[in-house]
Design a protein around this ligand. Sequence first.
Ligand SMILES: [Zn+2]
Length: 162
Amino acid sequence: MVDVHEPKVRSYNMSQIKSKNTRPEILVRRFLHKKGFRFRLHDNNLPGKPDLVLRKFKTVIFVNGCFWHMHENCKYFKLPKTRTSWWKEKLNKNKKRDLLWHKQLRNLGWNVLIVWECKIRKDPEATLESLTKAITNGRYSSSSFSGSSSASSGTANNSDKN
Ligand SMILES: [Zn+2]
């Protein structure tokens, strides 16, 4: 493969291609580690191989790239102009798989948190702060971390009535 891209363009493309160890993911890891959280990475034994697993808090975290995980209404998600229908199908499959994994994890009693790439880019501090809250609260209280389409399965017993 001939290298025709400017370094900047190339590293952007790389970040779109690599799904593991992405910059947002590294940011999340560093931050949580500094805060004293301990976690495992990419645990093969769990559905979807979550990016971070915090057993103590029974919490898993996925750091999602907006493109690969079809973040709706997000400027980082745009269907490519070529092979559009192929991409659409592929990404839809990703998304379905994501939702299935999240559901399986919840059924196993895990608290599932999603951190979107764009939130980390836009406001890393606030995003990471509310992430730690969501971890220690033991459930996804903040809407920015709830899974993509709101899971409506089971008895949704929304709290905040006290
Ligand atoms: Zn996004």
